[in-house]
Design a protein around this ligand. Structure first.
Ligand code: PMP
Length: 327
């Protein structure tokens, strides 16, 4: 298969606005925040000896931004405060104190300096920036960086999933409430296994054999009109989209349930969908050889409601949307 420019950049999951014209149009936003200053993205480089590169001692966030459909002089960020809080909490697991307010201010400045013109994704990262051998968290320099890229849809249409042969880590051996970089080897293994065997995405079980989440998304199912998702004690990442979906579902009168889910429940569910910042809500059409029924009314109702909220068209949820003026 000829390697496209998108694949060469390792961005094959991302449905970039103009993947075929990437030579002329870099998908990365032009300015990065690196070593306490804003500099051109291409100059933001780390040493080969960076501790985080070797030991996964980093944690990241991921937020979406869109140009305000009602006002082209501003950009909308979804749940900025919650994202900054989670990153600050993740940093604590790395022995690094960084206030959510500081992260938030840098992200706002980052957006204003970049003046994005299309939907984009912001990737803040806290990491062990010191150079050194030996895995540890103490006595090693930490740093914070931000870069961004233009991004449209992460997963297009309805997706085909398989159960991964890899299991999600356990909270007793890994701080699962942080978005710790090292954990993503499991996601990477599961995603590649799924794609190379003809699926779009993987569903991972936890060590108890209960349904956990996908490689970068939480999971929901609908059975007999009830919306159900694994509870926070099931080794999931506490996704911000998951939290948003639960709130929206309650407001729609759906009385969502958070509880362990068995594998076979998914196979006979009426609807199953994944959710996350990059994917938003991705309906599942097939799990292994099981085809999920059509239509999927609850999934699509939640999906369209979330889209309305993200684009600031729902006054009730205005607190979730940060409006960033570009001038
Ligand atoms: N689980 C994992 C493992 C993830 O990486 C993500 C993406 N951050 C999610 C779930 C969904 O989280 P969120 O809705 O906060 O993006």
């Amino acid at each position: 298969m000829p390697k496209s420019k998108t694949l060469r950049l390792g961005l094959d999951n991302f449905n970039l606005k103009s993947p075929l014209t990437m030579k002329q149009e870099q998908p990365f936003l032009p300015i990065a925040y690196f070593k306490n200053q804003f500099i051109p993205f291409e100059n933001a480089k780390i040493s080969v000896a960076t501790h985080a590169l070797h030991y996964g001692t980093a944690a990241f966030g991921g937020l979406r931004g869109i140009c305000d459909p009602q006002n082209s002089t501003q950009v909308l960020l979804f749940r900025l405060e919650r994202h900054c809080q989670r990153l600050s909490q993740s940093a604590k697991f790395l022995n690094y104190d960084i206030e959510p307010g500081k992260i938030q201010q840098i992200i706002v400045d980052f957006v204003q300096k970049n003046q994005p013109t299309e939907s984009f994704y912001i990737r803040p990262l806290v990491y062990s920036s010191g150079l050194g051998i030996a895995p540890r968290l103490h006595g090693i320099e930490k740093d914070f960086l931000v870069y961004g890229l233009y991004m449209d849809n992460y997963l297009d249409g309805e997706v085909k999933c398989r159960f991964s042969s890899w299991y999600r880590q356990e909270d007793r051996s890994f701080p699962l409430r942080g978005k710790i970089s090292g954990a993503y080897i499991t996601s990477a293994l599961a995603k590649t296994e799924a794609v190379e065997s003809g699926f779009d995405e993987a569903i991972l079980m936890n060590s108890q054999g209960k349904v956990c989440e996908a490689t970068g998304m939480n999971i929901f199912m609908v059975r007999n009109g009830k919306l159900i998702t694994p509870s926070v004690d099931q080794d999931i990442l506490e996704g911000i989209t998951r939290d948003s979906v639960l709130t929206i579902a309650k407001d729609l009168g759906l009385t969502p349930l958070e509880r362990p889910i068995d594998k076979t429940e998914l196979l006979i569910a009426d609807e199953v969908f994944l959710c996350g910042t990059a994917a938003k809500i991705a309906p599942i059409k097939q799990i292994e050889t099981y085809h999920l029924p059509e239509p999927k009314p609850i999934t699509y109702e939640l999906k369209s409601k979330l889209n309305e909220i993200v684009s600031n068209r729902e006054p009730k949820y205005k607190d979730w949307v940060n409006v960033i003026p570009l001038s």
